[in-house]
Design a protein around this ligand. Structure first.
Ligand code: AMP
Ligand code: ZN
Ligand code: ZN
Length: 315
């Protein structure tokens, strides 16, 4: 993307001269503010239809983190007329969680919708920094599991069959790259912009997969969407940034590769891995005997955590 002084190509077709706010090299397209917003919204709508993510009649639960991607997703789904509600998990990571929550509440006001907020401390008995000290594994992997558990649980409790997250093209292409480099076939067998409803899980959808981080930031800024740019102070994002950097280098070398890498994977390779899913993703899911959520073990990861926190805390 660039901001050279070019004229909007759509306005030009209509015989008008309007300066562009963006030039998207990979699409060879210069657009003014109005036509960029229109292009962006159309791309989201097309993605939802192409991957059969949800129908206009279905209620969608949007997992919002307060960051630009998920905030934009919540905003744009409402703008497109979908029945989309926001859901925020307050992880209790000091100022970071507080500021994120404020942004979610601010956007809720703009949309006229009260977001659903779940406080981890209430759910588990401790905030994430305390939980982290009790378990093995990186903060991000523990946090990811806890978040996914709550997406499922809250969706089921509130009667939503669809959960949407803000993952964008940069997220998906760089994580595909990292998983290909490491031949993480289990992951590759499940990497798709829509995961069907199954075994007690709601459908999971990623309507922003055709949009880059830069395009989303521009749309958010032009539309006055509140968001925080802070990254989580507990996260070890070095690996993620490394693969994003490599992907960007490849993209700069040959425009359009990022998109092709991801979408050609979905078309040509994903079906092969997915047909082997039963073999690759072993382990039957059953119901956790404590909370009833789907789990590979008798008692699920989150219920075990809750027990451990109870044991550790002074009574
Ligand atoms: P991340 O793994 O942090 O990049 O987040 C991926 C997606 O998960 C975001 O786009 C959001 O849709 C969702 N998400 C992340 N953090 C939260 C949170 N604290 N509460 C609700 N949803 C979240
Ligand atoms: Zn225009
Ligand atoms: Zn459980």
């Amino acid at each position: 993307m660039g901001r050279q002084r070019r004229l909007c190509q759509i306005c030009k077709q209509k015989g008008q001269r309007r300066e562009s706010v963006v030039y998207m090299k990979e699409h060879r397209l210069a657009l003014c503010e109005e036509h960029f917003k229109e292009w962006f919204e159309r791309r989201v709508r097309e993605t939802i239809k192409e991957f059969k993510m949800f129908k206009p009649s279905e209620r969608v639960l949007v997992a919002v983190s307060g960051g630009k991607d998920s905030q934009t997703l919540w905003f744009v789904l409402n703008k497109l007329g979908y029945d989309a509600d926001g859901f925020f998990i307050d992880l209790g990571i000091g100022d970071y969680s507080e500021e994120s929550k404020q942004k979610v509440l601010e956007l809720g006001k703009i949309l006229g919708k009260e977001p659903k907020i779940v406080k981890l401390e209430q759910e588990l008995g401790a905030p994430l920094p305390v939980v982290q000290n009790l378990v093995m594994g990186s903060a991000c992997s523990v946090c990811g599991r806890i978040k996914r558990y709550h997406f499922n649980k809250v969706a089921r409790e509130l009667g939503y069959r669809v959960v949407a997250t803000g993952h964008n093209l940069d997220d998906e292409a760089s994580s595909l790259l990292a998983n290909v480099v490491n031949w993480n076939v289990k992951y590759l067998a499940r990497k798709y912009p829509v995961l069907p409803e199954e075994k007690g899980f709601p459908r999971k959808v990623k309507p922003l997969v055709k949009l880059t981080e830069e395009q989303i930031r521009l749309y958010a800024d032009l539309s006055g969407i509140p968001y925080t740019d802070r990254s989580c102070p507990m996260g070890d994002t070095a690996n993620l940034h490394f693969y994003k950097g490599i992907m960007e280098q490849i993209e700069n070398h040959a425009r359009g590769t990022k998109y092709r890498f991801y979408f050609e994977y979905l078309k040509k390779i994903f079906p092969i891995f997915n047909s082997l899913k039963e073999e690759l993703v072993k382990g039957e899911l059953r119901r956790c005997t404590v909370c009833g959520e789907p789990s590979p073990s008798e008692v699920c990861f989150v219920c075990k955590l809750r027990e451990r926190i109870k044991e550790k805390s002074p009574s």
